[in-house]
Design a binder for this molecule. Structure first.
Ligand code: MN
Ligand code: MN
Length: 494
């Protein structure tokens, strides 16, 4: 076999001129993306980290072998049974939202592997598609073992196939971000914003927390996945650089849109895990501290390098770091039966930690938890419905998440009349994203619309079935309200 150096530069770029069709017909703007530029503009597209197929296969097979070795050692039901019950729910949340979204990313990468505008870009996207297929299979494989022990783990595969409200929100995001986006939007949204901007939070933050919680399987899985992300995420920079030269306004609009949408997603999956579902003794930093260290600094530097501005809503985003995931968690706790994982009622020690980490917001959030605590004291342990909501709530017409923007005293919901119909949004950024491209979003059927049109039942118990849930798998308080501190507080008050 010839040496890599002898052939690699020649093989990396395999573009040619078309003799009997127009370049625009080979790469139609509708599917290749906007702005449409001739190949001459894209021909210097360059990925900093270069690999050959042989190297790729060799490395990936070694990575898989390492994951399998850890799985053999600590990936059995008995190993997971040793973990803290609260932490297992961080795992259930991630296990469900991850694998089929990764599969959607296979589709996005394959579109770029055909319709990306330079051959090196297409090849890198092809490797990206193989990566994302691996990210689909690893969690499916690891969690499958656990289904016979706990049906909530069945949601690893089932989640995206259900009408659960979080799955409706998840598909709304994943379909636009991954399944349907053209290679230019995909490169900016997925590769630059989502993968370079946010997944450090998963790799560094969450794998450290998993390590502390003694969950070596999850830690290994996340780290192994992240080494792939770091390689294919580099597609984003060279695409964005060209976009900045030819349509900087569009580049900025894409970054603004996708940073907000990514933020809402990570605030829930990672915010819940770090500030509520990780046992207190294993926490090192708050979610906000992780965001500041691993997202804000680095993302702002990347924006600066690219000549981009911070998103226009930056102040609102910074303010939401203190509130948003706490607001969603409190709402979700009181509607926990609508989910497939269990929730922790933060006790006095957890609340003291949260008060110290979130001095601005926690005092008014604390009041909500005190009311929930009183409900549990009235009902006694095991009576889930006494501290549970009874009527369906409102959802944002863009992100499809419960209207939880702002603070308990100042909700940031906004409305918009479009074509005679009234829409409601959790926040100004969600409204502006919708208003910018209403044709993308107006036909979507959210939970409330489904209920109003009779497609989904209004009765909560029937709605749970519509959400794909049965009693033995729907979300509960992880201790059934049976916390030693809660009983002690009860005795004191008697
Ligand atoms: Mn991935
Ligand atoms: Mn990826």
């Amino acid at each position: 076999m010839s040496e890599r150096d002898e052939w690699f530069d020649l093989a990396r770029k395999l573009d040619w001129e078309f003799s009997y069709v127009d370049e625009r017909a080979v790469f139609p703007e509708d599917i290749s993306g906007t702005p449409w530029l001739s190949h001459a503009v894209w021909q210097d597209w360059d990925e900093p980290y270069k690999t050959t197929y042989t190297e790729y296969v060799t490395q990936q097979s070694a990575k898989d072998a390492a994951v399998h070795a850890v799985r053999d050692a600590v990936g059995q039901v008995e190993d997971f049974q040793k973990l803290d019950p609260a932490w297992l729910n961080a795992l259930k949340l991630h296990a469900a939202t991850l694998p089929l979204a990764e599969f959607a990313a296979v589709v996005g990468n394959l579109r770029a592997a055909r319709f990306g505008r330079d051959s090196a870009w297409r090849t890198t996207a092809n490797f990206g598609a193989l990566d994302e297929f691996r990210h689909t299979q690893i969690p499916l494989l690891i969690m499958h073992e656990l289904v016979r022990w706990d049906r909530q783990f069945d949601w690893t595969h089932k989640f995206f196939h259900t009408n659960n409200w979080i799955a409706i929100a998840g598909r709304h995001l994943a379909d636009e971000l991954l399944t349907t986006s053209n290679p230019i939007e995909f490169a900016v949204a997925t590769n630059f914003v989502f993968e370079t901007g946010f997944t450090n939070l998963q790799f560094v933050g969450l794998s450290a927390v998993a390590h502390a919680a003694g969950d070596r399987m999850f830690e290994t899985m996340v780290k192994s996945i992240q080494t792939d992300e770091a390689r294919h995420a580099q597609i984003g920079h060279p695409v964005l650089r060209t976009l900045m030269q030819h349509d900087p306004e569009y580049a900025q609009a894409l970054v603004d849109k996708w940073f907000w949408r990514s933020w809402l997603f990570f605030a829930i999956v990672t915010g819940f895990a770090m500030d509520y579902l990780t046992p207190l003794q294993h926490r090192r930093q708050s979610f906000k501290e992780f965001m500041e260290e691993w997202v804000l600094d680095q993302f702002q530097r990347s924006l600066l390098d690219m000549g981009l501005e911070r998103p226009w809503y930056w102040d609102q985003f910074i303010a939401s770091l203190d509130w948003y995931h706490h607001m969603v968690y409190a709402s979700a706790y009181t509607y926990r039966a609508t989910t497939w994982f269990d929730f922790v009622l933060p006790g006095p020690e957890e609340r003291a930690w949260l008060a110290q980490k979130y001095p601005q917001s926690w005092p008014s959030l604390e009041a909500r938890w005190e009311r929930i605590e009183q409900r549990w004291q009235q009902s006694g342990p095991g009576v889930e419905w006494h501290s549970h909501g009874a009527t369906p709530v409102g959802f944002c017409n863009l992100c499809q998440i419960v209207l939880c923007g702002g603070t308990p005293s100042h909700n940031t919901a906004e409305t918009l009349i479009h074509d005679g119909r009234k829409y409601i949004f959790c926040s100004e950024p969600c409204l502006r994203i919708f208003a910018q491209e209403p044709e993308r979003y107006t036909s979507h059927q959210g939970v409330v619309m489904r209920i109003l049109t009779g497609a989904a039942p209004a009765n909560l118990l029937e709605l749970l079935r519509y959400f794909g849930l049965e009693q033995d798998m729907w979300g509960k308080d992880v201790q059934g309200g049976n916390y030693p501190w809660l009983r002690a507080a009860e005795e004191r008050s008697q």
